[in-house]
Structures are given as structure tokens and as C-alpha cells.
Design a protein around this ligand. Structure first.
Ligand code: NDP
Length: 328
């Protein structure tokens, strides 16, 4: 799946080109693989824009960048054998040839392939380092997570619960909110589509918010800023409500509450923590094993042709937990 044009606003079907091309045999030091599962990430929208960011944009005509899990089918690389399952940024394509750079073997007898793209992959790492390093979370604090029913949000909220925090999730729709407070054990959930978020935060975080983990930006960030506790930390993880804007993102008009509450707001990029992924994956897998993190995944079965439509599900809130396209 190649990028055909730079999208303006929502990504449209004509922004993509599905090409059928022959994959070369692996050369010396390379392996070939068959894609099993493709990760769908809100960040993909940002990678399509030609503006300075933490990664260069996907070029027009390039295979779309994506984290995937592949099965090695042939190898001239000493580190990878046929049959190995490997994760890496191999892109939206059915077959890949790789020199192994950035590739990591995963054990799919311990967890399904999709989990290495979710709780044990980039979203899990994002939740862990965003909450614990950037948010400097302390046991027993009050934590509010937006985008709470998604890949990052479900893990962030459950890590905070495991540390004895009061956790309030913000998500779209009654089903997602019921899942957060029922299955995942959040203390409260706010349906931002139906409720006045500012008023609901007053009710559910009566002593103020110590850590606000923001996945969505916009009006919800602005509402959370009005409820900060003293020395609160606002973690800027993402701003999905702004990614399809054709004008610059709206800034938070309530930012002076950072001054009043002696609080701080800090953004981060998960890739900066790569050296410590193993530590985070170990801790998250222990919490999963102990039943303290429930893994939520939304697996769409299909082909590379289904990538454009599956990506749009993120922006319509149609996924619960980690959205993955499994190639069948
Ligand atoms: P999710 O699984 O949370 O999927 C996206 C969700 O966003 C949707 O399900 C929807 O849920 C919500 N959403 C969509 N549009 C809006 C809107 N206009 N307002 C409010 N909510 C909306 O995605 P991820 O967990 O993968 O990513 C969450 C955030 O984390 C993103 O902002 C992403 O960019 C960021 N991120 C940042 C990283 C970093 O290094 N800083 C790394 C990885 C992710 P609902 O139904 O509740 O609206």
C-alpha cells in the first residue's frame, strides 16, 4: 500500500495506491517474511503530512510505514530462521525483505502476535513511560486518562490502578465507559459525547487531578486543566482530536492553571525510551499474568486492501483497545 497523495483533512481512499509487485529474494544478510498482522496507529495520520516532526514524513509513492509482525519465510541472516515471528517497522505490505535492522524476534507461544503490537508493543511502552517517567506517578494519586478505551489508554489506566491510584477514564459512548468501570476496574468513566466533561471531572476527581494523561487534546485537555491539583503533571501523549485539522491545532486556553497550581505539562515520544522497553514489557507481562491488566484488542481480519478503511476506524472511535489488521 503506497501513499499516492498527501491527504487534506480526513484521509481519503484516493490518497492510497494498492500496487501488485514481485518481491525479490533475500540477498546476503537479509531475510524474507510474510506479514501476519499490521498495527493501526493514530500517529500514522501525522506521518502523512510534510512538516517537521519526530520522524520524516512518508514519501509520495513510498510503502506506508507501519509496525507489523511477520513470519520469516527464507533467510540468509544468522539471527533469523524460517518460522521465526518477528516484529519491526516493515510497512503495509504482504511480503517483506529485511536486513534485520530494528527487527526483534517475539515468542507467539507466550502471547498472540497482536499483543506484541499492543500491550507488549509500542502502545504498552507509551502508557508505561508516559505515566511513570513523564507523569512521575506516585501510588495513590488521582489519575485521569483521555482516549481511555484505546490501546494506550486501557494500559495506562490499568497500570495506574495497579499502583493504587484513583483512575478516571474519558471515552466516547456508554459501552466504552461501562467496559472501563466494569471489566477494567476504573473508578469512574466520563462519556465525553454525552456529558459535560468539566462538571463530571469535578464530581469524579473532587480533590483535583494529580496526573492527566492526554491522548486527545482539544476541549477535553482544556477541561482537565481546570481541575488540576497542586503540582499536577499533564502528560501530552497525543491529540487525536486535532490530527485531521486543516488549520493549526487549538491551544489550551486554560493553560494559566499550570501557574496557579504550580503544575507542569510535558510531551514525549516513546522511541526515546527504547533502551528500557525490555523492563517495561517485563512489568506489563507480569501484570497481565497476575490478572491486573486485561488486554483489549480489536482485530480486523482482512487483506492489505482493508488498510485505508481500518485506519479510519481510529478517527471514528470504532475500536476498543488496540486496533490490528490481521492478514488472512
Ligand atoms: P486508540 O486505540 O486510543 O484509538 C484512537 C481513539 O481516539 C478512538 O478509539 C477514539 O475513542 C478516540 N478519538 C478519536 N477521535 C477523537 C476525538 N475527536 N476526540 C476524542 N477522542 C477521539 O489509539 P492509541 O491508543 O494507539 O493512541 C492514543 C494516543 O496516543 C494518540 O493520540 C496517539 O497519537 C498517541 N500516541 C503517542 C505516542 C507517543 O510516543 N507520544 C505513541 C503512541 C501513541 P473514543 O470512542 O473514546 O472517542
Amino acid at each position: 500500500m503506497r501513499l499516492a497523495a498527501r491527504p487534506v483533512g480526513d484521509v481519503k481512499p484516493e490518497d492510497w495506491q494498492h500496487c501488485s509487485e514481485t518481491v525479490e529474494d533475500p540477498g546476503p544478510g537479509q531475510f524474507a517474511g510474510r506479514t501476519l498482522a499490521i498495527s493501526l496507529d493514530p500517529a500514522m495520520r501525522g506521518w502523512l503530512d510534510d512538516r517537521p516532526s519526530y520522524l520524516p514524513p512518508v514519501g509520495i509513492g513510498d510503502v506506508m510505514r507501519a509496525g507489523t509482525i511477520i513470519e520469516v519465510t527464507a533467510s540468509n541472516h544468522p539471527g533469523f530462521q524460517p518460522g521465526d515471528h518477528v516484529t519491526g517497522v516493515f510497512g503495509v505490505q504482504e511480503h517483506v525483505v529485511s536486513d534485520g535492522k530494528g527487527a526483534l524476534k517475539v515468542d507467539t507461544s507466550l502471547a498472540p502476535a497482536s499483543t506484541y503490537l499492543g500491550a507488549l508493543g509500542m502502545p504498552g511502552m507509551t502508557a508505561y513511560f508516559g505515566l511513570l517517567d513523564v507523569g512521575a506517578l506516585k501510588d495513590g494519586e488521582t489519575v485521569v486518562v483521555s482516549g481511555a478505551a484505546g490501546a494506550v489508554g486501557t494500559i495506562a489506566g490499568q497500570i495506574a490502578k495497579a499502583r493504587g491510584c484513583r483512575v478516571v477514564g474519558i471515552a466516547g459512548g456508554p459501552e466504552k465507559c461501562a467496559m472501563l468501570t466494569g471489566e477494567l476496574g476504573f473508578d469512574a468513566a466520563i462519556d465525553y459525547r454525552a456529558e459535560d466533561v468539566r462538571k463530571a471531572l469535578r464530581e469524579h476527581a473532587p480533590d483535583g487531578i494529580d496526573v492527566y494523561f492526554d491522548n486527545v487534546g482539544g476541549d477535553i485537555l482544556d477541561a482537565a486543566l481546570t481541575r488540576l491539583a497542586m503540582h499536577a503533571r499533564v502528560v501530552i501523549c497525543g491529540a487525536i482530536s486535532q490530527y485531521n485539522n486543516t488549520t493549526p491545532p487549538a491551544g489550551p486556553s486554560n493553560y494559566l492553571s499550570l501557574l496557579v497550581r504550580r503544575a507542569r505539562m510535558e510531551g514525549f515520544v516513546v522511541f526515546d525510551y527504547a533502551q528500557r522497553y525490555a523492563q517495561a514489557a517485563q512489568e506489563i507481562s507480569e501484570l497481565i499474568g497476575a490478572g491486573r491488566i486485561k488486554v483489549k484488542e480489536h482485530v480486523v481480519k482482512g487483506s492489505v486492501d482493508d488498510f485505508p478503511e481500518t485506519l479510519q476506524m481510529l478517527f471514528r472511535g470504532e475500536n476498543v483497545g488496540k486496533l490490528v489488521l490481521e492478514l488472512v
